[in-house]
Design a protein around this ligand. Structure first.
Ligand SMILES: [Zn+2]
Length: 317
């Protein structure tokens, strides 16, 4: 039997403030699929086919264990997330999650570990929504440092990040994850956070006191990431003196640079050429070491230089 617990509208409202990024949602089916036996998540719609938006009452029922919600990570209006979740469900996945939790703690980030059926979910809450892209850059980098595999497409072990995308189109949803404290319909049991007693009030109190990561703190953490140093441009056969590295700042419109933490941030010229990066923040240039720059969307330095019309070697004598 699912544990029916006293869940109040006030609890649901507070939970929504922490976890609901948009009102589209999914629900885990109460009945197993006749063939696979799995309890799939579906997006509830009305009979007329219209999308149904999440209400506080749905969240209250989720907390009470009557239904189980899947929540989306990204708000498509601003491409931001209130949280980041790391899902791991392979053998020894708990080891990886604990490694990540410890390393996050070293960075001043408190992450809450929730049990799941085969592993766990690690949750990071933000003080105010941050760009999905920035949250992902940080966690991917951290995972790389710890040699924790991030799952790629296809069957492979590894952690999965929610949000799974850096950004989504307004008509897209991205991927949903079981809302914390939800009951898994297949086994009718609730997976609690390790950090508090196994009752709803203690669990919510635990989440309430969890330190939120500010946008500034996140910016600082990703500014510390290693940026590839720009290699000097290839020399023409006749050039003999050594050329200094590519000074990207000389090619950028200075009036469009904003300082975020230890970086200058502006629209990536390569993204811009493709009509992307309307948020004008994909390109980061290290303030201290301006030879280092990168595009969060993954443009290569070669593509960025080409978009700036600076790809050809400059032959000076
Ligand atoms: Zn770019």
């Amino acid at each position: 039997m699912p544990q029916l617990l006293l869940a109040t509208p006030a609890m649901a409202a507070e939970y929504s403030n922490w976890f609901v990024n948009r009102r589209a949602y999914t629900r885990q089916s109460d009945r197993p699929h006749p063939e696979s036996g799995r309890h799939y998540y579906y997006r509830p719609g009305s009979k007329a086919g219209a999308e149904i938006a999440l209400e506080i009452e749905d969240v209250r029922r989720h907390l009470a264990g009557e239904i189980t919600l899947g929540i989306y990570a990204i708000n498509p209006g601003n491409q931001r997330v209130k949280w980041m979740a790391i899902d791991a469900d392979y053998r020894r996945s708990l080891d990886d999650l604990l490694k990540l939790q410890y390393e996050l703690q070293q960075n001043g980030v408190q992450a809450a570990l929730e049990q799941s059926r085969r592993g766990g979910h690690l949750w990071i809450l933000f003080e105010a929504p941050v760009l999905a892209k920035h949250a992902r850059v940080y966690i991917r980098h951290l995972a790389g440092q710890l040699a924790v595999q991030v799952k790629s497409t296809g069957p492979s072990d590894g952690i999965e990040l929610f949000p799974k995308q850096d950004r989504i189109d307004p008509v897209q949803f991205g991927n949903a994850i079981r809302g914390p404290l939800g009951i898994h319909r297949a086994v009718n049991r609730r997976y609690w956070f390790y950090g508090a007693a196994h009752d709803l009030e203690s669990q919510l109190a635990y989440l309430r006191q969890l330190r939120r990561v500010s946008e500034e703190q996140l910016a600082g953490l990703i500014a510390d990431l290693e940026m590839p140093e720009e290699a000097p441009l290839p020399q023409g056969g006749c050039a003999t003196h050594s050329r200094p590295g590519f000074q990207i700042l000389e090619f950028l419109d200075r009036s469009q640079l904003r300082r975020v933490g230890r970086n200058w941030v502006t629209r990536c010229p390569s993204c811009a050429a493709a009509g992307r990066d309307r948020g004008k923040d994909n390109l980061a240039v290290s303030v201290e070491e301006p030879l280092k720059y990168l595009c969060w969307a993954g443009c290569t330095n070669f593509q960025i230089r080409a978009a700036l019309g600076a790809s050809a070697p400059v032959l000076t004598r």
